[in-house]
Design a binder for this molecule. Structure first.
Ligand code: SAM
Length: 221
């Protein structure tokens, strides 16, 4: 990936955010820290939100959706334990920031990211293009169906709240692959599951997260 030049005021804000995330244990992994240094969040927020780009808060993007809170993005990314060369599926592209972070970590691998709102799919594509990121394919559609054409996936990340993990996504996960999702009602638990040859095993579970809903055929009714 081409290294992009980041203005000094934003560099300082990124460093301050990193200190905060480390102190609050949302960030513990050096590779994820490096992704945060190199994928500037201010390139993924609307102009009206620029001054808040490095607050640890979700921010409005379009269509009543949000770019997720940095601490939640770093935690989900760390739990996913991304390796170079992996094939990854993301449900809920939003601004494209999470996709860009995955793209940085996956190196020669590929990200397929599904978004249901055409305006957001376009917004994300434009943001990714600014950073010359070419290993993220943004797909317009219902992410609860997955994207079987490019399956199986080593990792799947759902960035919207579901009451249960959509079955097509479990089908499209590779053997020993990991899937992460916020699961629950108005408050959700972040759940990390692994698909073993025999069953789906829960690896991690942490409560008290709030995401926008995952809608669609296998989403919230
Ligand atoms: N990861 C994003 C980022 O870095 O900006 C934030 C994602 S936002 C919290 C959740 C996204 O999921 C929204 O953009 C929403 O439109 C999308 N979404 C909800 N249900 C969906 C579905 N069935 N298929 C695809 N996208 C969906």
């Amino acid at each position: 990936m081409t290294k992009i030049k980041i203005e000094k005021k934003y560099r300082t804000a990124i460093n301050d955010l990193i200190i905060y995330l480390k102190n609050s244990k949302f960030l513990t992994d050096e590779k994820v820290e490096s992704a945060l240094q190199n994928i500037p969040r201010h390139e993924f927020v609307p102009e009206s939100e620029l001054e808040y780009a490095y607050d640890n808060e979700p921010l409005p993007i379009m269509k009543n959706q949000t770019i997720s809170q940095p601490g939640v993005v770093t935690r989900m990314t760390e739990w996913l334990d991304i390796k170079n060369g992996q094939n990854i599926l993301e449900i809920g592209t939003g601004s494209g920031w999470q996709s860009a972070i995955l793209s940085y970590l996956v190196g020669s691998g590929t990200i397929y990211s599904i978004e249901r709102h055409p305006e957001l799919a376009k917004f994300a594509q434009e943001n990714l293009k600014k950073l010359k990121i070419d290993n993220v394919h943004v797909i317009l559609g219902d992410g609860t169906l997955g994207y079987s054409q490019a399956s199986p996936y080593d990792r799947i990340i759902i960035t919207a709240a579901c009451t249960e993990i959509p079955l097509p996504l479990l089908d499209q996960l590779s053997e020993n692959g990991l899937i992460i999702a916020p699961v629950g009602g108005s408050s959700q638990s972040l759940v990390l599951l692994q698909k073993t040859p025999k069953e789906i095993v829960e690896i991690k579970n942490q409560s008290k997260y709030v995401f926008v809903p995952l809608v669609g055929k296998f989403g919230k009714k």
